[in-house]
Design a binder for this molecule. Structure first.
Ligand code: GDP
Length: 312
């Protein structure tokens, strides 16, 4: 298990085409390349994995990158208002957001929609002014627009003090200085780990895990994704599943996964603050709580209002 102070959970939010996918791709490519000699760290990905992942242009719902001794979980967020329920749920899984804004286009409707949710949830924002390489980029003006939007949306004083990272996801460069670009994403990594807080939930308390997102895989069946709210969860552990209607079922954690790059990797245990995936509970649904059978306490019911998607 990663030390809690080396864990960061962030959501990435942006208007469509402002560069979320390209940015996460670059962060993945450079993941694990900034090592501190004295730190023995888990290897995120070998070079074959990296090659394979480089070709992928869709943004995975959950990605995890390593930077020095840090593990940074990145959750993608739908920008569309139809997915308001999912956005709400993701905001409960993270401590901060990366707000990606095109340095030419500026703030757009989806920028506003997702930023409003992030600010309401008291999350710590980092602003990424992307596409700084565009010849018509207007970074100073766009930063002012972003600040105005924060004020309009009722940001608190700490949120208004957001750091700005100027970046070109396309070129793989970033900097804290509007007039300069450095040949890597280090300024962005550093801003994430220094500015966004680590999880603070207690590992010593009885287990609570809220099923926040669902995934499906033909071998594993239903996969419940979320953040451990408190306690520790272990592979093989018997648990209580508390339904949204107040029912209680007994179950067992067959497989537990953490995220590494774009992949799920099996892990023996996870603790409060970790974003994980759980397989082996057949009837599991969004909004249900997985708890310690000796102390089953349900978490507040989540809003689920997105349209039903057609599955083929
Ligand atoms: P998303 O919809 O937010 O995931 O955006 P994408 O990452 O798919 O990027 C949308 C388009 O913008 C693509 O054609 C990218 O190549 C381009 N793009 C992304 N980042 C940059 C950048 O830093 N500079 C420039 N010039 N183009 C970029």
């Amino acid at each position: 298990m990663h030390a809690r102070e080396h864990l960061r959970n962030i959501a990435i939010i942006a208007h469509v085409d402002h560069g979320k996918t390209t940015l996460v791709d670059k962060l993945l490519q450079q993941s694990g390349t900034f090592r501190e000699h004295e730190v023995v760290q888990e290897r995120a990905m070998d070079s074959n994995d990296l090659e394979r992942e480089r070709g992928i242009t869709i943004l995975a719902k959950n990605t995890a990158i390593t930077y020095k001794e840090f593990l940074i979980n990145i959750v993608d967020t739908p920008g569309h208002a139809d997915f308001g329920g999912e956005v709400e749920r993701i905001m409960k899984m993270v401590d901060g957001v990366l707000l990606v804004v095109d340095a030419f286009e500026g703030c757009m409707p989806q920028t506003k929609f997702v930023l409003r949710k992030a600010l309401e949830h008291q999350l710590t924002p980092v602003v990424v002014l992307n596409k700084i390489d565009r010849p018509n980029a207007r970074p100073a003006e766009v930063v002012d627009e972003v600040l105005d939007l924060f004020i309009e949306l009722g940001a608190n004083d700490e949120q208004l003090d957001f750091p700005v990272v100027y970046a070109s996801a396309l070129m793989g460069t970033s900097s804290l200085d509007e007039d300069r670009q450095d040949e890597n994403m280090q300024a962005l990594y550093e801003t994430i780990v220094s500015h966004i807080p680590s999880p603070t939930e207690a590992v010593e308390e009885p287990l609570q895990f809220l099923v926040t997102l669902m995934d499906y895989n033909e071998y594993l069946g239903r996969i419940a994704v979320g953040r451990v709210n408190r306690g520790i969860i272990r592979q093989g552990q018997p648990v209580a599943v508390m339904t949204r209607e107040g029912g209680l079922k007994q179950a067992r954690i067959e497989k537990l996964f953490g995220f590494q790059g774009l992949k799920r990797v099996e892990i023996p245990e996870a603790g409060a603050g970790d974003i994980i995936a759980i397989a082996g509970i057949r009837e599991i649904n969004i909004g249900e709580t997985i708890a310690d059978p000796a102390n089953p306490e349900a978490l507040p019911v989540l809003k689920i209002d997105e349209p039903t998607l057609q599955m083929t």
